[in-house]
Write a protein that binds this ligand. Structure first.
Ligand SMILES: Cc1ncc(COP(=O)(O)O)c(C=O)c1O
Length: 352
């Protein structure tokens, strides 16, 4: 290792985001972005209302926090805004875990949880999903560990009913359960409604999926005021101006555009159901998704091989080289036209 570097870097394996190759135009179905950009009205509103850029951004995103709180029907002191939900997840990992309180999450889930645990020196346990890829709630419930749960899960797309989330919360009221709801707007059940009953619940959300703002980097955490205050202290101690002024304005504009967000979700859900049906007709096994992607495996074609053949034809999907899921590919749901093109290329592969 380089003699100048801290030993903390020794075992650091970074998160590998979905590839963004620039060598040609790809049909990009690999990073679960929205296929719909923010509306022209939202972009104009943000342009007209952005705080002058010679000034620092509003440190606590006051106006955006209030609007987000209103959208979630909670009070402003229950919400904080973050630079993507990844920042909220990292703050939660630091604030809620240590040697005496390790993290626990499923073995197949958002890969960033293990990365931030390692980066922060937090011990963690990966609890295997059941054979049908649903969360093993009783195993994950073991007390004393801070739970990180993506609901619906990624990359499986499978949702966990709120009654099961309650079991996790009840199993140990003295540890936190962090519910990552990145995909909840595509048909999941939000745990925000449980915040009135549980002070050990922290819900994390993002503007990157249903709200069309992956490039703006905006996320949020919702929980009881004491927990939010602690996360804010940590944020103020590391990155006080965490959200740039333009993203704050865009976030406000998108919250005003809720009807369009809902309509976009409806279209994606419809495309998802059609995509799942068409994949099944080609012999794929498709897990039941409540997200903006499907996770599908073919009985005879290897997942990695299919990924490579699609890429050679200009289509990017996401393949995870991990034992239990190597047969699968995660396919982001795009517009109807994008999905039609996907199936044209996929069926051409069959005829090769
Ligand atoms: C489950 C899950 N949580 C969080 C994120 C991160 O989203 P953000 O863009 O808000 O950092 C992702 C991104 O793909 C995700 O899949």
């Amino acid at each position: 290792m380089n003699r100048l570097l801290s030993s903390r870097l020794e075992n650091l394996t970074p998160y590998v985001p979905g590839e963004q190759p620039q060598d040609q135009q790809y049909l990009k179905l690999n990073t679960n972005e929205s296929p719909f950009p923010p509306s022209a009205e939202a972009l104009r509103w943000a342009q007209e209302n952005v705080r002058p850029l010679n000034l620092y951004s509003e440190p606590v995103s006051r106006e955006l926090r209030a609007a987000m709180a209103q959208a979630l029907r909670v009070s402003p002191d229950q919400v904080m805004m973050t630079n993507g939900s990844d920042e909220a997840l990292n703050l939660a990992m630091v604030a809620l875990c240590d040697d005496a309180r390790p993290a626990a999450f499923p073995d197949i889930t958002y890969g960033f949880y293990a990365v931030i645990a390692r980066a922060n020196g937090v011990p963690y346990e990966e609890v295997p999903l059941k054979d049908d890829f649903t969360v093993d709630v009783s195993a994950l419930s073991a007390p004393g560990r801070t739970v990180f749960l993506a609901n619906p899960n990624a990359p499986t797309g499978i949702p966990l009913p709120l009654s099961e989330v309650r079991k996790l919360l009840n199993a140990d009221p003295d540890r936190a359960v962090v519910v990552d709801e990145a995909y909840v707007d595509f048909g999941g059940e939000s745990a925000v409604s449980l915040l009135k009953e549980y002070d050990n619940l922290l819900v994390i959300g993002t503007f990157s999926k249903s709200r069309s703002l992956a490039g703006g980097r905006l996320g949020y955490a919702v929980g009881n005021p004491a927990l939010i205050k602690a996360l804010d202290t940590l944020r103020d101690s590391t990155n006080p101006y965490n959200i740039n002024s333009y993203t704050q304005a865009l976030g406000l504009a998108i919250l005003k555009d809720e009807a369009r967000v809902r309509e976009n979700c409806r279209r994606i859900v419809q495309n998802r159901e059609e995509t799942a049906e068409r994949l099944r007709a080609l012999g794929f096994a498709v897990l039941p998704s409540r997200t903006n992607f499907v996770f599908a495996a073919h009985p005879t074609i290897d997942g990695g091989e299919l990924y490579r053949r699609l890429k050679a034809r200009g289509v990017l999907v996401r393949h995870f080289d991990k034992e239990r899921i190597a047969r699968y590919n995660r396919i982001t749901i795009g517009t109807k036209e994008q999905m039609d093109r996907f199936f044209t290329i996929l069926t051409e592969l069959w005829e090769e």
